[in-house]
Design a protein around this ligand. Sequence first.
Ligand code: SIN
Length: 340
Amino acid sequence: MAKTAPDVLSPEPLPRVIVLATGGTIAGRADPRSAVGYNAGGVTGEQLVASVPGLDRLAALDVEQIANVASQDMSEAIWLALAARIRRIIDWDEADGIVITHGTDTLEETAFFLHLTLPASKPVALTGAMRPSDAPDADGPANLRAAVQAAASPQSQGRGVLVVMGSDIYDPRRIVKTHTTAVQAFESPETGPVGAVDPATIRYFAPAPAARRAPLAIPQTVPLPRVAIVYAYAGMDAAPITHAVQNGARGIVLAGLGNGNAPQVVLTALNRATRQGVAVVRATRVPAGEVNRNVEVDDDASGFVAAGGLNPQKARVLLQLLLSNGVTAPAALQRAFDEV
Ligand code: SIN
């Protein structure tokens, strides 16, 4: 009988990575409206992957087009489609890691939605770009390469959702877009990145968390519960609160002043809203620091929830998911915000 070659001589199979494309500037194309004009979401995921030399040596890649939109048009329906597809990839072990290409404008919200609804077993690396795909200084190819490297790395197993921009890896709870146009457009203001992509390796600065909160159930249908963000400013009145409640909001997130504060007339209106069954979360419009309970505002008496370190847009995503999972009591909402 002919001898088969010993296993040791067969090359290691490449890690399997599925790229889920959703559009954004990374898939953008120049538009003649001006010298710098472009439209996001014009190039397919297949074209993006094909444009990065050597990507096929990092991973065995499959590409799926989930959407092709500018991320200002990212929708709850696309969130549900992404979450359901990734859940299936994880449950059926269809890949070792997942990459999502996404517009940068709402990337942090999609990343956080997925962080809250998916188990952390497999890495899900979101990336985008600040220059369109056909710009001379396009940053998408290097970002996509770094994201594939992160998703394919055994070091990323057990870390769940990550955001990869440039050579930085960020925690979806902490990342925020901090610049409108610069290529370095993301930061985690107080904590910095959680890891780095080097040419040959992925480095994390701390071990993956040992235990994690159980994922929230992925809602089955849209729309998700209506949650308004109300931005606080000097001299504001209670009209935005009244309007939100009349419009059927089941939750209101205050993008508050300082430690999640607002003029007294606004706090009074928010307290009235809680008595009408509307969940109220106090976040802050300040870029760094936490919103704490019962400092300047009497949260216990008013039935408010303090957002901790979540910015208003992320607090809104968490509140929508909690309400759709049937969590409505202020104490239970506060526990969930504290555990994130
Ligand atoms: C978008 O978010 O789709 C446009 C902006 C970008 O991707 O940088």
